[in-house]
Ligand binder design. Structure first.
Ligand code: 26A
Length: 345
């Protein structure tokens, strides 16, 4: 029997999210912005014990790319999506495995004995979310895992790749390996900018990957951070920023780059390198405030829906619509989750 293959291969930091609501005090105490994603510094480290001790916490599977991978699996037939990243040999990893299994996502983790699985403190205030991550095992991912006997055939068989910009904090070599391979074989490589601090502080790493990227997904604050970091003349016009990224040099010139910027409840903007002066704008159906549980994972849900539809061969316009539907479903549930039994999208 031929071994199972998957069309979409995803890579990222597998994290368990630890969510708290009414986190105003925590924002103040740890000097956090209401809507942000950061790597925990020394001063943030006590937050993980503090929330478990003093707050009612909810544990839910997270990790930006893993969330998107579950989203793509949600809209695709079984055995379509596989995900890799590095975890520890602990109960946190088991919780991630359970969520992936429910979503129909195959996982091929690298497991580091004696390490703890990464965690993300999700501090919710109203509809804002502040993410504070300790990567632990996630940043121990080795490039060699991609050429291991289990993973290498999955990389070879995949036709589409998705990686979070977050991975550039420690794993640029692995991202280059996948993206160059995709580019050479004219497969599709998609990257999410993930957070403002990626274009801001990991600009060199990002620029080294960009020539191999076919699809770039980001939100408005990441787009603005990119514009500032790369000295673009227009720092707030999303269509202009998307255009600049879409036309920047590309190794595989046969496939134009597509750039998609979401903007919360405001319209999504899409620019194709084939027609960079014709940005497309897609209205978002605003969800009534009382139906929003939290916004953690909404951007990943969009990315997952978009990619799933793309892998299924849908038009770019349809991909954006599926992304919007998945984002809408995600914000109505706690954290980065989708409804089961499945709803058709
Ligand atoms: C390297 N960092 C900071 C991160 C993350 C991250 N995923 C990977 N790397 N910081 C937060 N997240 C995840 O983002 C999701 C929401 O988009 C959280 O785990 C959360 O599920």
């Amino acid at each position: 029997m031929a071994s199972q293959t998957y069309k979409l291969f995803c890579m990222g930091n597998p994290l368990l999210d630890v969510q708290v609501t009414n986190g105003e005090e925590l924002l103040k105490k740890y000097d956090l912005k209401a809507n942000d994603a950061i790597l925990a510094e020394e001063k943030h480290m006590p937050i993980y014990d503090e929330i478990v001790k003093n707050y009612k916490v909810t544990y839910v599977a997270g990790g930006a790319s893993q969330n998107a991978a579950r989203g793509a699996a949600y809209v695709l037939p079984p055995n379509s999506v596989v995900y890799t990243g590095c975890v520890g040999d602990d109960g946190l990893a088991d919780q991630l495995r359970a969520a992936n299994e429910l979503a129909g996502l195959r996982e091929v983790y690298q497991v580091k004995q004696g390490e703890k699985t990464g965690a993300c403190a999700v501090v919710l205030t109203g509809h804002d979310r502040s993410l504070v991550t300790t990567l632990r095992a996630a940043e121990k991912f080795d490039l060699s895992h991609l050429s291991s006997p289990v993973v290498a055939p999955l990389v070879d068989a995949a036709e589409f790749f998705y990686v979070e910009g977050f991975f550039l904090t420690h794993g640029t070599a692995s991202v280059l390996e996948l993206s160059k391979k995709a580019s050479t074989l004219s497969k599709v490589f998609a990257l999410n900018l993930s957070a403002p601090f990626i274009p801001q502080f990991f600009s060199a790493q990002l620029q080294s990957i960009l020539p191999y990227c076919d699809i770039i997904i980001a939100n408005e604050s990441e787009a603005e951070a990119y514009a500032a970091a790369s000295g673009l003349p227009d720092k707030t016009d999303l269509a202009a920023i998307a255009r600049a990224i879409a036309i920047s040099p590309k190794a595989n010139a046969s496939r134009p780059r597509t750039v998609i910027f979401t903007h919360g409840a405001e319209s999504t903007v899409m620019v194709s390198g084939a027609t960079p002066d014709s940005p497309k704008v897609f209205k978002v159906t605003a969800i009534p405030s009382e139906q929003i549980v939290d916004t953690n994972g909404a951007g990943d849900a969009f990315a997952g829906g978009f990619l799933g539809a793309f892998v299924a061969g849908k038009s770019l316009d349809d991909c954006v619509e599926v992304g919007h539907k998945m984002g809408a479903m995600c914000v109505k549930l706690i954290g980065p989750q989708f409804p089961f039994p499945k709803v058709s999208v």
